[in-house]
Design a protein around this ligand. Structure first.
Ligand SMILES: [Zn+2]
Length: 681
């Protein structure tokens, strides 16, 4: 794969380019004086890094540089202001088009026609970056503003002015130039692995034990891993068969991970499978939607490591972008240094602090006593900390439906809801004016605006009888997103800094709102005991997902260290990695070694190192909640935090809470929760 900065002869040779740079450097320094020397040198190098033969010959290059270098503060200000304003317009209108194109799919507006799906899938902004390199607007930025590394943003960022931060974000937009065929190859690998995962169902009624008994009801078809995991969680309520079901599901999961699962049982209701002996037979119970295919071959030959072949394909596709991303030349670096902006080593330390915390065995023994039996590996998904409520779901549904018969009723109530959350009346009014409420087709979501003349959209589910409690609970969460989106766009000092550091932050802010849903209805908030149980539930969930994230991270490193690996080798390596994390952080409390369960997440196969986002989200949510509790009033605190904009996570969190991102808040809350729960028999 050729590098973008390699200039093919005969258009321009590397020597010509070098000579030209020296010439321009001398010329520009003479014109703008020594003070501009570092800027000139950085700018020239950045342009050359991305310049390709098709961008023009030496004369074109030199003319471009002479015409576009802003050598004094006034021209630089003009350039900055123009780009900030016009990029806001571009992003805002592109987003507006995309939102309109998706309306039929997203909103409760009647049937979705095939062309609606095409509109919904169309991204009008897909070629903007390519266009900006072609028309050289990208080079104008690269010539005038430095592209930074995460290290610089972390070490020097705290001393930067807000304008420098805005310039940094502006330059970052053009810090890579990935060719269209590479982008396409990545999209293709993503789609292929998505398809593989989306079809990976287990027909539960066809799982049989040694006596031929079926534990699960007919027609139950569970998608790996989400539905299988959620079934384990639900089975805690089944006094009779729960434990047997959970053990069976664990066995199925392990067969998927080790790929000893018979190929023929995947998404197939025409065979019965004993996951313990691995025996497969033609189905003797029929719950299939269609008859068995005539050529059905019933064998137990295993799935041939397809799971790992899929993962390898995503790695190989992701790697194609490496040469075009000079400041983050691997997917691992792009994920941590660009998307999350938390260095990998730092995050690893945080996660290991959670999984090796002395609180883990304490919570584990509490779970054990609640279950009345020793822990088994699937208990990483223990769900029994759920607190009870004073009100039944039916009571709550009635209260909510009466209050919010339609979307307009909810919209009309937003100023009053915000006042209850502590926003001053004028601010509540101002924010409410920036939010539109639409009836959603699905469960609801929040869609922020990308320019100040647009509004944020709150999509909420309204049933025929009015809003129900579940829909209301989601609406309050989404409203939290909308308030964050509104403040971090309209009240941030530079629109180039619009938003929050990463998605975990907007989720955390939305959870602060969601946690107030009962108070907003004028009902009693959960008591201290319920709050403590919720904290223990979150802690146990963070422990589990931190383990999963550590496996994901190690697997990606292994792939980068073994670029030529075969699927079979990746399979073996993944099993070793999963066992190693288990043995270090889970075996001590579960009393069983060499368990591979941490490798079951489907995201690991199709989501390009996404899993670490989940534990970070938990840590950040606890930090923000703790801060809000400390000050006692959500409104002003929320506003102060949201106006910080998209700086690094640590800088944002320092400003918000006085501390960088870390596990302290979660661990402190868990310790307090253990005391609270332990004090009541
Ligand atoms: Zn959310």
């Amino acid at each position: 794969m050729a590098q973008s900065s390699v200039l093919d002869p005969p258009t321009i040779t590397a020597e010509q380019m070098k000579a030209s740079m020296t010439r321009l450097q001398t010329e520009l320094v003479a014109k703008y004086r020594d003070a501009q020397k570092p800027r000139i040198s950085t700018g020239l190098h950045q342009v050359v890094e991305f310049w390709r033969p098709e961008d023009g010959d030496i004369a074109v290059f030199e003319d471009f540089v002479r015409a576009n270098f802003a050598g004094d503060q006034a021209s630089l200000d003009t350039l900055f202001d123009r780009f900030q304003r016009l990029l806001e317009q571009l992003d805002g209108h592109m987003h507006e088009i995309a939102r309109e194109f998706r309306n039929q799919q997203d909103l409760d507006l009647g049937p979705v026609r095939p062309y609606d799906e095409v509109f919904g899938g169309y991204d009008p902004a897909a070629h903007v970056l390519d266009d900006f390199f072609q028309n050289k607007l990208a080079f104008t930025i690269l010539l005038n503003f430095p592209v930074t590394t995460l290290e610089e943003r972390i070490n020097e960022g705290p001393k930067w002015t807000r304008r420098q931060w805005a310039e940094t974000r502006l330059a970052q937009r053009f810090a890579k130039r990935i060719p269209a065929d590479v982008t396409l190859a990545i999209a293709r690998a993503a789609a292929e692995s998505d398809n593989y995962i989306a079809g990976y169902n287990i027909w539960m009624h066809h799982l049989v034990d040694d006596k031929g008994q079926r534990l699960f009801p007919p027609k139950m078809r569970l998608l790996s891993h989400w539905n299988l995991r959620d079934e384990i969680k639900a089975d805690y309520a089944d006094q009779q068969n729960g434990l047997a079901k959970q053990r069976t599901i664990q066995q199925v999961m392990e067969r998927i991970i080790t790929q000893s699962i018979p190929q023929v049982v995947v998404d197939n209701p025409h065979v019965d499978w004993n996951p313990w002996t691995n025996e497969v037979k033609r189905a003797t119970a029929n719950d299939a939607p269609s008859p068995a295919p005539a050529n059905l071959k019933v064998t137990n030959s295993p799935e041939p490591s397809t799971r790992y072949a899929m993962l390898l394909e995503t790695y190989r596709a992701a790697r194609l972008a490496d040469p075009y991303s000079p400041t983050a030349p691997s997917l691992i670096e792009r994920r941590f240094n660009e998307d999350r902006e938390i260095p990998e080593e730092l995050l690893q330390d945080m996660l290991e602090r959670v999984v090796s915390s002395p609180l883990v065995p304490q919570v584990a023994s509490l779970i054990q006593s609640r279950l009345g039996r020793p822990l088994e590996p699937f208990d990483i998904w223990y769900s029994g900390f759920r607190p009870g409520s004073k009100y039944s779901e039916t009571q709550l549904d009635e209260i909510v439906a009466k209050k919010y018969p339609n979307a307009e009723a909810y919209r009309g109530d937003i100023p009053s809801l915000l006042k209850k959350l502590g926003f001053p009346p004028d601010r509540a009014q101002y924010i409410a004016e920036h939010i539109i409420v639409d009836p959603a087709r699905g469960s609801g979501h929040a869609m922020g605006a990308e320019m100040r003349s647009e509004k944020a959209h709150l999509r909420t589910r309204i049933e025929k009888a009015g809003m129900n409690y579940k829909g209301y609970n989601v609406a309050v969460h989404e409203m939290g997103h909308n308030v964050e989106q509104t403040l971090s766009l309209n009240d941030v000092d530079y629109t180039l800094l619009q938003g929050v550091p990463n998605t975990a932050f907007t989720e955390a802010l939305a959870f602060v709102f969601q946690g107030q849903d009962m108070a907003l209805l004028g009902l009693a908030q959960p008591d201290a005991q319920s709050e403590a149980l919720k904290t223990l539930n979150d802690f146990w969930g963070t422990y589990e997902i931190a383990g999963v994230a550590l496996v994901d991270m190690s697997v990606w490193h292994w792939m980068y260290d073994h670029p030529e690996a075969a699927p079979e080798e990746l399979r073996a390596a993944t099993l070793e990695i999963a066992k190693d994390k288990w043995n270090r952080f889970f075996a001590p409390v579960f009393g069983k070694k060499d368990v591979v369960l941490l490798a079951v997440y489907s995201h690991m196969i199709d989501s390009f190192l996404y899993l670490p986002d989940y534990p970070i989200g938990h840590l950040i949510a606890f930090q923000i909640e703790e801060q809000v509790k400390k000050t006692g009033s959500i409104g002003p605190e929320f506003e102060r935090m949201a106006k910080m904009g998209r700086v690094t996570p640590d800088l944002w969190m320092e400003h918000a809470t006085g501390k960088p991102v870390g596990a302290d808040a979660l661990l402190a809350a868990t310790e307090a929760a253990l005391k609270q729960v332990g004090s009541k028999p």
